[in-house]
Write a protein that binds this ligand. Structure first.
Ligand SMILES: Nc1ncnc2c1ncn2[C@@H]1O[C@H](COP(=O)(O)OP(=O)(O)OP(=O)(O)O)[C@@H](O)[C@H]1O
Ligand SMILES: [Mg+2]
Length: 315
């Protein structure tokens, strides 16, 4: 029998409020995450990332659709949650207690108290030397690191991290990236992380889903998404005939003898063959991969609010 997905969202929607205050935070979202992967959930502010994560943790109920972890519905399933560790937005700690004490309390509540494991996690998240100070003196980044340790207390199979590098400095971001890759590669855990940082997702994740206005607009392997969106630059003659040959299938921009074609990298042999067969001369071919940033901007371009000066409608 094939393994169930670590995470499966089946047509999940969530609306908040009613009437004029109604917000469709997540809309008919379906996605699957294979066990052992690092999945990046990428989207701009307000896209619906945290709402989705809260539904995955059964902290809020979907308005429609279902969430399954390891093939089982999350609703009213506390034993399933033992396999999950999470860092959700604004992890709350007792300010007047030390970082270590906070972890100890959480571990006892979760029935996974093990002082050696707590110490080891504190070392892993780079908080060992600050663990015995009160949380009220912690910076945002330090709280974030403690939150990361808290998410791993119960040695979960699935680690869900909402914006894990929030508040971290560049060195901290680098450490956490390494830490996350390690969770998947060395410890076999599945990681689902949300982010609005493209570079983060590009460097850490195997798969990515782009969410915008509550809808999943793209999903796939990072490398595949990138190679599917390449820009092919060709020097050809005659350019107008070449343009005519390519236009039915690809988007083409011509500038003298140079053509800029939006196509997948895999399309290049076919594209060149088409030109050569029609006796177009091909002098140069260059493939330029788009950055994930360009892909992200293209995927989220629809209905993006444009910042424009207020129109002077009244004189
Ligand atoms: N409890 C709530 N009541 C009303 N609206 C909400 C609630 N929670 C979220 N929303 C709305 O749902 C939409 C999605 O919010 P969500 O917090 O999921 O976005 P996000 O992708 O996590 O954004 P960010 O990157 O800023 O954290 C937003 O329009 C938000 O205002
Ligand atoms: Mg959020």
């Amino acid at each position: 029998m094939s393994q169930p997905f670590a995470i499966q969202l089946d047509n999940v929607s969530k609306t908040f409020g009613r009437g004029r205050k109604r917000v469709e935070a997540v809309c008919q979202l379906s996605l699957e995450v294979t066990a052992g992967q690092v999945f990046g959930f990428l989207g701009p502010n307000g896209a619906g990332k945290s709402t989705t994560i809260r539904m995955m943790m059964d902290l809020i109920r979907p308005s429609a659709g279902s969430v399954y972890l390891y093939g089982r519905s999350v609703q009213n399933n506390p034993s399933l949650m033992r396999r999950v560790g999470a860092l959700v937005e604004g992890a709350a700690f007792y300010d007047f207690l030390t970082g270590r004490k906070n972890l100890e309390i959480l571990a006892r509540t979760g029935d996974c108290y093990d002082p050696a494991r707590i110490q080891s996690l504190l070392v892993q998240v780079g908080m060992a030397d600050r663990a015995d100070r009160k949380v009220q003196g912690y910076s945002t980044g330090m709280k974030q690191r403690l939150g990361l340790a808290a998410a791993l207390l119960n040695d979960p199979d699935l680690v869900i991290l909402d914006e894990p590098t929030n508040g971290l400095d560049p060195a901290g971001i680098q450490e956490v990236r390494y830490f996350i890759r390690n969770l998947a590669e060395k410890q076999g855990k599945t990681v689902f992380l949300s982010s609005h940082l493209l570079s983060e997702v590009e460097q850490v994740c195997d798969q990515v889903g782009i969410i915008h206005n509550g809808r999943l607009v793209q999903t796939g392997k990072v490398a595949e998404l990138l190679s599917a969106q390449a820009i092919i630059r060709l020097e050809v003659a005659p350019a107008d005939r070449a343009t005519g040959l390519l236009l039915p299938r690809w988007e083409v921009m011509a500038n003298g003898r140079w053509l800029e074609v939006q196509a997948a990298r895999e399309d290049v042999p076919e594209l060149v063959q088409l030109l050569v067969a029609a006796e177009v001369q091909v002098f140069q071919v260059m493939v330029q991969q788009q950055s994930l940033e360009a892909l992200f901007l293209a995927a989220t371009a629809v209905a993006q609010p444009h910042l424009q000066p207020e129109e002077a409608t009244h004189a």
